[in-house]
Design a protein around this ligand. Structure first.
Ligand code: ADP
Length: 467
């Protein structure tokens, strides 16, 4: 089989574990196929030394995976990563035009870093390598590689949502971004909804030709592009092993002991405005008001991993959460009970399944999410004999696969969400088992190996194109 070359903003050593859906998913894919993982090292070069272009790519072997990384200048990092990627694309793709900062200086840095990636990657590529580019930081990478003469098959997977044209077209350079997507042979999305948004843009804005009339093959800008939805999954076996290993078992035991006569609810997220954390706490406050049988009985453990703290909007959400959790505990707490245990930290991955398993209900209530892997991990960690219930936002990509077993909510509606949480807390055992079985069947079938194989199979059969 041809070598797989994955490119993403950050490269994670597959032997280590860290938070972030992308890192977890890619480690599995590369280890299985062998290959190279190329991206930013996380290092910033000193201002008075060599430029990023003059600095060699650092290569390191991790099992059968070569990790190849480059360094960035402070200037490039600020415009490309903090600026265009996380203050323009992230908010707009999550439907938050109000949080976008369309500073005209950012796009130059975004383009420059994508050009740097292309220039540094090109000499490392072999003729028949399959190239797989990941996520919104690197949308123009294929077009920059093509400009350097790259003829490899190149696929792109967008891990975050794609908004409808009405929102996407608010980006000043939306036509440039869309055109850049046509340099790929295959573009994959998390959900059918995202795919439909792309298709609408392709036909109405890009005036692309729908080759087969089914929205799967588009012709524009002299190229043919395939599009499809590939909902990302988790490594169910790996997660099962983690769940039954020592650290998670110990965590589970401790939590069960501590909450033996109480109902435990959990939320596990990166601290991000897309995750709907203040709305979630408000819904939990509504639960205590509307269903006071939960007072002294239900506790919500909310773990929020620090994330992108250099971007302004993230500081605001941090303060809002701290103050909400504090006021809820002040209003409702008792000497021997607090309603909310809020922690601003990353939890060790080895212990996480133990927390999931001890919980009766998980609150996965993003305002918008590409997929949401926590929803899948929670289900996978449950005891099938006595499983917990997933409360899931209708705005998570995962909803397309999980609507049969999860309790669906609109996170903007705190009253209805409170009632849905109460419903979830009171579901009888037989119903909990039925829902869990349903969800497990889907999670097993569409796991991370399926995701990877389905994408790569589709890419390998894409038409060879003159560049
Ligand atoms: P995102 O990629 O936006 O962070 P996902 O839900 O798709 O959201 O993936 C999050 C991944 O990071 C999951 O594997 C989850 O277990 C992990 N994670 C999220 N928050 C935490 C946390 N507070 N502590 C430890 N791991 C976390």
């Amino acid at each position: 089989m041809a070598r797989l070359v994955c490119i993403s903003n950050r490269v994670a050593d597959p032997r280590k574990t860290e938070a972030g859906g992308l890192a977890v998913a890619l480690s599995g894919a590369l280890q299985a196929n062998g290959g190279m993982w190329f991206g930013w090292s996380g290092k910033i070069l000193p201002e008075d030394g060599a430029t990023p272009a003059e600095t060699p790519v650092h290569q390191q072997q991790a099992g059968n995976v070569t990790l190849a990384t480059l360094d960035l200048s402070q200037w490039d990092h600020d415009a490309y990563y903090l600026g265009y990627s996380n203050a323009v694309l992230w908010p707009v793709f999550h439907y938050r035009l109000d949080l976008a900062d369309f500073d005209a200086g950012y796009i130059g840095g975004y383009r420059r870093v994508n050009q740097l990636f292309a220039a540094k990657l090109m000499p490392l590529l072999k003729e028949d390598d399959i190239v797989w580019v990941h996520d919104y930081h690197l949308i123009p990478l294929a077009s920059e590689l093509r400009a350097l003469g790259c003829r490899n098959k190149i696929g792109f997977f967008l891990h975050i949502p794609l908004p409808p044209p009405q929102i996407f077209t608010a980006i000043p350079a939306h036509d440039w971004l869309a055109r850049a997507l046509f340099a790929y042979d295959l573009v994959g999305f998390q959900s059918e909804a995202d795919l439909e948004h792309f298709n609408r843009y392709a036909s109405t804005e890009a005036r692309a030709e729908d080759r087969d009339g089914d929205g799967r093959r588009w012709r524009a800008f002299g190229r043919t592009l395939r599009t499809a939805a590939f909902p990302i999954g988790i490594d169910v076996e790996e997660f099962d092993a983690l769940t039954h290993a020592h650290d998670a078992t110990e965590m589970y035991r401790r939590m069960r002991e501590e909450y033996s006569r109480r109902q435990l609810l959990v939320g596990v997220d990166r601290l991000d405005y897309s995750k709907g954390l203040p709305q979630r706490l408000r819904a939990f406050r509504e639960l205590l008001r509307r269903h006071p049988d939960n007072i002294r009985r239900a506790t919500l453990i909310q773990i929020a991993a620090p994330s992108r703290e250099d971007v302004d909007a993230y500081g605001d959400i941090l303060r809002e959460l701290e103050s909400l959790a504090g006021s809820m505990n002040g209003d409702f707490g008792e000497l021997d009970w607090v309603p909310v245990r809020y922690m601003h930290r990353t939890m060790a991955r080895k212990r996480l399944p133990g927390l999931y398993r001890a919980a009766r209900v998980a609150l996965v209530t993003p305002l918008r999410d590409g997929m949401n892997l926590v929803a899948k991990e929670f289900v996978a960690a449950q005891d099938p004999e006595d499983p917990g219930v997933l409360v899931l936002s209708r705005f998570a990509g995962a909803v397309e696969q999980m609507r049969e077993g999860a309790v669906l909510v609109n996170p903007y509606d705190s009253t209805a969400t409170a009632d849905a949480i109460q419903f979830a807390l009171q579901l009888p055992l037989a119903e909990r088992r039925r829902r869990h079985q349903n969800l497990m069947a889907t999670i097993r079938r569409f796991d991370v190996h399926w995701w990877c194989q389905a994408f790569l199979e589709e890419l390998s059969t894409a038409d060879a194109e003159p560049t």
